[in-house]
Design a protein around this ligand. Structure first.
Ligand code: NOJ
Length: 631
């Protein structure tokens, strides 16, 4: 922060020297008399003073005009780093192996710190790197305060955080509070009825059957029988991921301890996993009711009833008690903020099923809740054009509660890559959208180069979610598709590892789509479009400027971004399946011309070349083409 300069003026004292010289006294009294005769402002001295005064005034006016943006820049909202930065999600298993292994590791990520700098992203979120039997690839934690040897050591993580900070990059870790691994010592002790741990998980009696009809996210009953306790435990995910019991104050305290452990090691915040499911209703005699909107992909009703989405989840999802917990975690972060004055960030991964649920999450201590509406829109409708994208965007912006901050996500490790759902040629269009909307964007690794899904064989497939459906259907559900190794270059294994094998197959697109090739190309490749947009996003108009829709139709989605006192921009993208020629000059653009600042680089000629002044009355965009235009 620049130090404030006070407004204190320095006053120079002028000393008048008295002399005893008579002559001088006479001459000076004559001068005084003469001056009395002539009005002061007709003297040369006055003219000189007026002239110098004018010069100074002009100088001040010029300086203010030139410095205006910088000066005004101090008045806009004081935005914390998580509002001004792009969040980049690293899935550690797939990012970079430093040791020739099949799986990525922390040292590998550290070796790629300059990649984040190159991209102009300011926050790196690491999916779990903690000790884990890896049944759910790290989301089944057996020790929250240790790093799995597969990924390295706590020291490696501390080194990563330190080196990231040195490059002005924040680090947020995944915090997985809903469940642990069944190999966690708490669960082992809970099974053994250790007095401290016996109620650490959600245990209930059941005669021959589970206590109720609740079904887990990965399919089948959410209750698993323990012979040792002759009881069932509840698991919202795999049976190897028992749910913690937050009605037990010791669990609450222990999980706060986990946060403190990592905050002490320098992390800047957490992405909180599966927080919609932290509490379930106490009375487990309630059965869930079927969800009338669910279209079952399976053949028989018995099979369908085993699927999570077959049911509503009124007794296990988004219960009001969640708020108290999240607020408690916020308070832990605040303890650290108070100590060093640095902002800490909490980001919720929650199931937002309606606007009311969205607004409810804004009231918790979480700063932001992932907004998957854009991704959802593209999955639901492979041809999601301008109006369809607008509807998804509007779900986030509509009636946003006072002080709430929006965000957008297109891809992550649980969903297919949108470039595969839609079309690989839309990569720049999607990145242009993500990086110019109002709100914090989250980019999933590989999105910057337009990586596409892989299609592993059943034998290569490892994700339990897909395997549940068996060989015929696994490809429709597996999350392996979007978890393939990062494509760094065109050497074998795409530069992900120097070893002979990888945990999931490398996409066969890697010789064509990779970081090195795109960086070295003289063309405006996706990675270059990405970094240009991420840099542009740092301008006031994109950071916090007003957002207003411009031309929106079946193909085109366009909008204006403008912060008071700064240039305004028109963003126009064709998300349709056919070309579209449109007139953007009317309201709210109200201008006939503008200058191209970024284009999606798939234009065949230079009609819309960067720096070119173009007419807004007639812009022709093909599917996947988009422009950012300075007005
Ligand atoms: C959400 C995570 O994103 C997903 O990968 C994981 O399987 C579940 N939560 C369970 O932790």
């Amino acid at each position: 922060m620049p130090r404030h300069r006070g407004t204190r003026d320095m006053i120079r004292e002028r000393t008048v020297t008295k002399t005893g010289d008579q002559k001088d006294t006479v001459q000076s009294s004559r001068r005084i008399m003469d001056e009395k005769k002539t009005p002061f402002c007709a003297t040369k001295k006055c003219l000189l003073i007026v002239f110098v005064g004018l010069l100074i005034a002009m100088g001040i006016v010029t300086a203010i005009t030139l410095l205006a943006p910088a000066v005004r820049g101090r008045f806009p909202p004081d935005l914390p780093w998580w509002k001004t930065s792009v969040i980049y999600q690293v899935y550690p298993r797939s990012f970079k192996a430093s040791n020739g292994g099949k799986v990525g590791d922390i040292k590998g990520i550290t070796s790629k710190l300059d990649h984040f700098v190159y991209l102009n992203v300011g926050v790196v979120w690491l999916s779990p790197v903690y000790e884990s039997p890896m049944k759910d690839f790290g989301y089944d934690i057996s020790n929250h305060t240790d790093v799995d040897p597969l990924f390295g050591t706590v020291q490696d993580l501390e080194d990563f955080i330190r080196q990231a900070h040195a490059k002005d990059i924040k680090v947020i870790l995944d915090f997985v509070p809903n469940h642990t691994s069944d190999r966690h010592r708490w669960f082992q002790r809970s099974i053994d009825m250790d007095p401290k741990y016996k109620d650490y998980y959600v245990w209930r009696n059941g005669s021959n059957d589970p206590p109720n009809n609740w079904v887990s996210v990965f399919g089948d009953s959410a209750w698993n029988y323990s012979k040792t306790r002759d009881q069932y435990y509840y698991h919202n995910y795999l049976s190897a991921q028992p749910d913690l019991n937050y009605r037990n104050p010791d669990v609450v305290e222990d999980m706060k301890g986990v946060l403190r452990f990592w905050l002490e090691r320098g992390v800047d915040g957490f992405r909180m996993d599966a927080v919609s499911f932290l509490f379930e209703t106490k009375n487990v005699s309630h059965n869930e009711q079927p969800n009338p909107n669910f279209k079952c992909p399976l053949n028989t009703s018995t099979e369908c009833k085993k699927l999570f989405h077959y049911w509503r989840h009124n007794y296990t999802m988004n219960l009001p008690d969640n708020k108290i917990l999240i607020d408690g975690w916020r308070a832990v972060l605040d303890e650290f903020e108070r100590k060093d004055g640095k902002t800490r960030f909490l980001l919720a991964e929650a199931r937002v099923t309606s606007q009311a649920v969205r607004d409810w999450w804004f009231k918790t201590g979480s700063d932001m809740t992932f907004n998957f509406e854009l991704a959802r829109a593209v999955y639901k409708n492979k041809h999601c054009g301008g109006t369809c994208i607008r509807d998804a965007v509007e779900k986030e912006y509509k009636d946003l509660p006072e002080g709430a901050w929006p965000n957008f996500v297109l891809n992550n490790h649980d969903i297919r890559r949108v470039t595969s759902v839609r079309d690989r040629n839309f990569v720049n269009a999607f990145n242009m959208l993500l990086l110019t909307l109002w709100g914090t964007p989250t980019t999933y690794y590989g999105e910057e180069i337009g990586m596409v899904d892989i299609a592993p064989t059943f034998a290569q497939s490892v994700d339990p979610k897909g395997l549940y459906y068996g060989e015929d259907l696994y490809l429709n559900f597996t999350r392996d598709k979007s978890r393939s190794p990062m494509q760094w270059d065109d050497s074998s294994m795409a530069g992900f590892t120097t070893g002979p094998a990888t945990w999931l197959p490398v996409s066969d697109t890697y010789t064509d789509i990779n970081v090195q090739k795109q960086k070295n190309s003289t063309d405006m490749t996706p990675i270059k479009v990405y970094r240009t947009l991420a840099k542009l996003r740092q301008q006031e108009s994109f950071l916090y400027g007003k957002f207003s829709y411009a031309v929106v139709n079946n193909n085109i989605f366009s909008y204006i971004r403008k912060a008071k006192g700064f240039s305004s921009y028109l963003v126009a993208i064709n998300f349709g399946d056919v070309s579209s020629v449109d007139d953007y000059s009317g309201e709210p653009v109200s201008s006939e011309v503008g200058t191209v600042v970024v284009n999606t680089a798939n234009f065949k000629d230079d009609t819309y070349a960067v720096k070119k002044v173009i007419s807004l009355k007639h812009i022709s965009l093909k599917p996947g083409e988009g422009l950012v235009i300075k007005l």
